[in-house]
Design a protein around this ligand. Structure first.
Ligand code: PBG
Length: 326
């Protein structure tokens, strides 16, 4: 008679046994909840492709944030949907732009809540690209100045963390220098260091009305097959002054998260993007998967891969689910 030497099943025998030997945990403390903010009053417009996600006017967002605060979510990430767009994305760095006004209102009512602002031009440019366009090309260096202005205006409005997502070269340094010059040396930068040119951003572009009007973002966002390049991007951003880094998307890039974790010991965020959220919502609506179980499995997987921070549209659901599970 053969007996197995090791019996891993011994430690899987009951819920409490499994709790005891569990290696990774998803916690409320890990979560960042993204929001889309639009102008006007009393607006709460559903985003068709992202059930449960809305475009809020600031007054409505403030109501929503009471719940966010009572759930104990540490931070929110803001995206602005301006009333008008132009070639140079001036709404992004307007002192009275959509984000600037919203941040002032939020910090006034919820001083403790961490307000993270996405710094990019694509929601504000009429061509939908993340930088200045000249003869069909997205220009790197002239864009840096506008990104730096945007970051400073966010800090002046009270933003706690600046998150550049444009993928121009050298933007972390440009933003760091501008923040320091304007007296915001204490405001950290959470850089989207590793951002791939991904099809998973589709629903976000509907939500934020930010799809490029010509071409695509492949000349500035990373090529999905590349891993080593991600490590170079992280290294460069850290050298330029980034305090935290983001890998985005998350699900299809767990190997990238793990590799960045191996090479970088600072805070690492994984962005569970719109398309990842919508896939789960769609399959759950069809009754093909269990939304709670698949979401928790996926997000815990991001922790296992090495992420410290999870940016997810599922954030409030996660908190409720964690509570239900005791
Ligand atoms: C802005 C930006 C995008 C996302 C975050 N910041 C869209 C893009 O790069 O096209 C995507 C987030 C998501 O899909 O949830 N550049």
């Amino acid at each position: 008679m053969y007996y197995p030497v090791a019996r891993p099943r011994r430690l899987r025998s009951s819920a409490n046994m499994r709790r005891l030997v569990r290696e990774n945990h998803l916690r409320v403390d890990d979560l960042i909840y993204p929001f889309f903010i639009t102008g006007g009053r009393d607006v709460q417009q559903p985003v068709e492709s992202m059930p449960g996600v809305y475009r809020f006017s600031t007054d409505r967002l403030l109501i929503q944030l009471k719940e966010v605060q009572s759930l104990g979510i540490p931070g929110i990430l803001l995206f602005g949907i301006p009333d008008s767009k132009d070639a140079v994305g001036s709404g992004a760095y307007d002192a009275n732009g959509i984000i600037q006004q919203a941040v002032r209102a939020i910090k006034d009512k919820f001083p403790e809540l961490l307000v993270i602002t996405d710094v990019c031009l694509c929601e504000y440019t009429d061509h939908g690209h993340c930088g200045i366009v000249h003869e069909g090309k997205v220009l790197n260096d002239p864009t840096l100045e506008l990104l730096a202005r945007t970051a400073v205006s966010h800090a002046q409005s009270g933003a706690d963390i600046i998150a550049p997502s444009d993928m121009m070269d050298g933007r972390v340094r440009a933003i760091r220098e501008a923040l320091d010059e304007h007296g915001y040396a204490d405001v950290p930068i959470m850089s989207y260091s590793v951002k791939y040119a991904s099809a998973f951003y589709g629903p976000f572009r509907e939500a934020a009305d930010s799809a490029p009007q010509f071409g695509d973002r492949k000349t500035y966002q990373m090529d999905p097959p590349n891993l080593r390049e991600a490590l170079r991007e992280v290294e460069q951003d850290i050298t330029e002054g980034a305090d935290m880094v983001i890998v985005k998307p998350a699900m299809a890039y767990m190997d990238v998260i793990a590799a960045v974790r191996e090479n970088f010991d600072g805070p690492l965020a994984a962005y569970n993007v719109s398309g990842e959220y919508s896939m789960i919502k769609a399959a759950a609506r069809l009754g093909w998967i269990d939304e709670q179980k698949t979401t928790m499995e996926l997000l815990t997987g991001l922790k296992r891969a090495g992420a410290d921070i999870i940016i997810t549209y599922h954030a409030p659901d996660v908190v409720r689910w964690l509570k239900e599970d005791g």
